[in-house]
Design a binder for this molecule. Structure first.
Ligand SMILES: [Zn+2]
Length: 323
């Protein structure tokens, strides 16, 4: 296991220095994430699962319909995890709210960005996100991993209401509805790119991937997902897309029947990642296996006793405001 200062020196060429990075340098850490549903899950926007028709693979170009977890849902869910932790530990103030006014100074605003005030209001500025997410694609086609079922909306959906949920999922469901859901043990693959993040921001964003377990609307209690980071790619530019990765995985898989064996999927995603990394037109370094495990367990350890090192680091970020 590596401690935080060892991890920092390992990443040093691919993270920004302590000062806020006003100009992009293109220092990228791309995190390859396998997301496996652990229960029935609903990733919908308007009552239906989000889907896209794309080529099955690169070699196999026949069109298939894949379920997607939208990039908005990924960011919103992971931010929510981080912001809950921040409020609990006091490094995100009560006054910083995604739906009302964002402070612009906490680790969450600095890392994922925030929008300026509406026209006519006093603006506290705006920042772009330096965490670039993409839609996460199911490996198998929608018809293999989804089904329709009747959920009792009043009990299953609960009455929970989170003001930070995306606007579209605010419409509460009042009655018994039939819903299209994703079966347990369905696999989704995507890449999150951390561009010019500073070390504490990196710890915050990766911690949110490691700690988030639900990607459905907050009004539902179904939709447990297990995230596993399979690789980190360090590069001086953005790497291939999530779609390319999932298509390469498809070409390599022997069985395409649900449920796929998770270990086989992990091995295949790694194989495809290694192959795609080799074809990139710039130098890269890829972290997998034991080396990656050492980094992940070091970060996980830091989150277990966050008061020691983690919180002091993420509460002491220099601001982007020029005084
Ligand atoms: Zn904030």
């Amino acid at each position: 296991m590596k401690n935080l200062s060892e991890i920092r020196s390992l990443l040093k060429d691919f993270i920004a220095s302590e000062e806020f990075p006003y100009k992009p340098y293109g220092k990228c850490i791309s995190v390859v994430v396998l997301r496996t549903t652990q229960s029935e899950a609903i990733f919908r926007t308007d009552g239906e699962l989000n889907k896209e028709i794309v080529s099955a693979g690169v070699k196999d170009s026949s069109p298939i319909t894949r379920v997607i977890i939208t990039k908005r849902k990924i960011t919103a869910s992971e931010r929510r995890t981080g912001r809950e932790f921040g409020r609990l530990k006091g490094f995100i103030s009560e006054s910083c709210s995604i739906n009302k006014e964002m402070c612009g100074d906490c680790v969450d605003c600095l890392t994922y960005g925030f929008a300026g005030a509406e026209k006519g209001e006093t603006s506290s500025g705006a920042l772009k996100s330096r965490v670039i997410t993409e839609n996460s694609y199911s490996i198998l086609e929608a018809s293999k991993i989804s089904d329709i079922k009747t959920f009792n909306a009043t009990t299953e959906m609960g009455m929970m209401y989170d003001v930070e949920e995306e606007k579209e999922s605010k419409r509460q469901r009042q009655s018994i509805n039939s819903d299209e859901y994703v079966k347990p043990q369905s696999h989704f693959v995507d890449i999150e790119t951390f561009k010019d993040l500073r070390f504490p921001e990196f710890l915050y964003a990766i911690g949110n991937i490691m700690r988030t377990t639900r990607y459905g609307a907050t009004t539902t209690r179904i939709g447990k997902v297990k995230n596993k980071i399979l690789a980190m790619v360090f590069s001086e530019g953005e790497i291939f897309s999530s779609l390319e990765l999932v298509q390469n995985v498809w070409d390599m898989l022997e069985s395409k029947e649900h449920p796929l064996d998770t270990q086989t999927v992990e091995n295949t995603v790694l194989k495809a990642t290694n192959q795609l990394v080799k074809s990139l037109p710039f130098s890269t370094r890829i972290l997998t296996g034991e080396e990656l495990k050492d980094v992940i367990s070091g970060i996980s350890e830091a989150y277990k006793s966050p008061e020691e090192e983690l919180i002091p680091l993420i509460s002491d970020l220099s601001s982007w405001r020029k005084n």
